[in-house]
Design a protein around this ligand. Structure first.
Ligand code: FAD
Length: 518
């Protein structure tokens, strides 16, 4: 007999995983072994535009987990199912093969995954296997936060935050973390030899990561890496020391008072240096839980019961973490947003441009707007982009180039190492004006003022666009306008694809038209 836990690609950890803890405790109580499985599905990756970088990141973490679990006598067994519709049956077959009647997991809230799990439960019922799936991926499970007046899920972040806070204060168990699981009690390890012996593959065919070495350097994985990255952000003042190739920072100075989180309220919109935590790849893949992040930040607060105000670094950062819950909640309440539908239905008739050349130029960082190009090159080179830059390039794609936000969403999914369906979709829809922004379509980012705010010294642009190295702000922010024709030509840098003023007027007119106002 045994108990099986199905670890999915959003919960790659053995500390504070609710489903895993329950599975472990059941195994311990009944003195039977716990087996952990993970299923690869190339067809599923294809359908969900999964990035090769993300798959590589998952494989690396699974390898590290396998090693760690082996020391605890727990097998981590991975296998591939080519046709994704067969996944539920293959999982049940495995459970039966190992003489188990209990399958545990954490809920994945994305619609395809929910349908898959419904099928799994149906099959399990027929074959006398009990399936138990836990809410784990959010601090407050979906559908719980409701507005006072309508008793419906709130559709703006401010209202959600209020409801979220009330629930967590009334029932602090939402913040409870579960402990690291313990070792397996397997007397006959021989029976599980095949499971222990099968190694996690280095690659999944069709999803080979072309810049593996770089990704390994930028986004290391290990038993405690995610926790250390968070620790650096919470307790160390390491803006200078941490570099792109050493996200943990070396020789950083421990300084709780001036740690990066303490400076977050003022510094978070600056793109140079290490102003944010860069924990997103680890959070999106569940190498650290959202509860752990929230709780550890809150330990630094002073004077409040729970600090989620915008006045302090701790409060501000905690709010950002709650944005993740918010967008996940939107995805659950309105699953159509993940099927290409605008959150605000009235924007479904916006007339988009279809221009492959412009889309490619945007993707490659060749739009002629330095701040946009620098950010896109950061994305394509590192798999990550600063939040303010994500908003800037997304606004540029939708409102300046007037390209469909779904194109941008897809390119982000394929490039990002931290891709998260809820946050990515939410971020794109917010930027396109079709989402949960209280001030929708008329918010249009100006690339010049964004450069002034996010990169006043021009350091970020210089780093990513070395061809502009010798140009200083303000000319750096719009070189085609400030330099002579001759000087500009020598740069070998493109002219802006579109004029911002023209683009702004076009966007306003298209959006108004879609709303029937013009
Ligand atoms: P920090 O500022 O340190 O914040 C800590 C954590 O809070 C983040 O790791 C993240 O989990 C959460 N968070 C912060 N801001 C947001 C936000 N606006 N929405 C949701 N969660 C947030 N985030 C992803 O994790 N995956 C994505 O695929 C993704 N796509 C995005 C696409 C667009 C167009 C936009 C505008 C934003 C997107 N974001 C996404 C949100 C945000 O940009 C990143 O979470 C953030 O930049 C990650 O860096 P960090 O860990 O240093 O963030």
């Amino acid at each position: 007999k045994s108990v099986v836990f199905w670890m999915r690609m959003h919960d790659l950890r053995i500390v504070d995983s609710r489903g895993l803890t329950i599975a472990y405790e059941y195994a311990k109580e009944h003195n039977i072994p716990l087996i952990i499985i993970h299923v690869f599905s190339p067809q599923d990756y294809e359908a969900h535009d999964r990035s090769c970088r993300r798959i590589d990141f998952v494989l690396r973490k699974l390898k590290s987990l396998k090693e760690e679990l082996e020391e605890m006598n727990i097998p981590l067994y991975t296998f591939t199912v080519e046709q994704r519709q067969h996944i539920p049956q293959k999982v049940i077959d495995f459970v039966k093969q190992y003489n188990s009647k209990h399958l545990y997991g954490n809920i994945e809230y994305e619609i395809d995954e929910l349908f898959r799990d419904m099928q799994l439960i149906n099959l399990a019922n027929e074959q006398e296997v009990e399936v138990q799936l836990e809410h784990d991926n959010m601090v407050v499970p979906p559908f719980k936060v409701l507005t006072k007046t309508t008793s419906k899920p709130p559709m703006t972040f401010t209202a959600y935050l209020k409801g979220w806070q009330k629930i967590v204060l009334e029932d602090p168990t939402h913040r409870d973390e579960t402990e690291r699981i313990g070792a397996n009690n397997i007397s006959a390890k021989e029976d599980y030899k095949a499971l222990f012996e099968k190694q996690v593959p280095d690659e999944i065919a069709g999803f080979e990561c072309h810049d593996k070495d770089k990704m390994r350097e930028l986004w290391p994985v290990g038993r405690t890496t995610a926790s250390e990255i968070l620790d650096r952000f919470l307790h160390y003042k390491n803006r200078e020391e941490a570099t792109e190739s050493t996200p943990l920072g070396e020789g950083a100075e421990k300084d709780d008072r001036n740690s990066r989180i303490k400076q977050y309220a003022d510094g978070r919109n600056i793109t140079t240096g290490e102003t944010t935590s860069k924990i997103s790849p680890y959070l999106a893949s569940g190498q650290i839980s959202v509860r752990q992040c929230f709780n550890r930040a809150q330990k630094l607060k002073s004077g409040y019961n729970m600090d989620i105000t915008r006045e302090s670094g701790v409060g501000m950062w905690s709010q950002e973490v709650i944005w993740k819950d918010f967008y996940q909640n939107v995805l659950c309440v309105q699953p159509r947003v993940s099927m290409g539908h605008p959150f605000l239905r009235q924007y479904r008739f916006v007339e988009w441009e279809y221009n492959q050349e412009h889309l490619d130029a945007w993707h490659q960082g060749k739009t002629g707007w330095p701040i946009v190009d620098a950010a896109m090159r950061q994305l394509t080179t590192t798999g990550w982009m600063h939040n303010r830059m994500r908003m800037t390039v997304a606004s540029y794609l939708c409102k300046d180039l007037m390209l469909d936000w779904r194109e941008g969403e897809r390119i982000f999914a394929k490039e990002l190492i931290d891709h998260d369906l809820g946050s990515n979709n939410g971020g794109w829809q917010w930027s396109a004006g079709t989402g949960t922004d209280a001030q929708p379509y008329f918010r249009i980012f100006n690339p010049i003022s964004q450069s002034q705010k996010a990169d006043p010294s021009g350091e970020y642009i210089h780093h990513w666009l070395p061809e502009l190295r010798d140009i200083k702000p303000p000319a750096l922010f719009e070189p085609s306008k400030h330099l002579s024709k001759n000087e500009f030509q020598k740069l070998n840098y493109p002219k802006p694809l579109v004029d911002h003023k023209f683009a702004r007027d076009r966007a306003l007119s298209r959006y108004k038209k879609a709303l029937g106002k013009e």
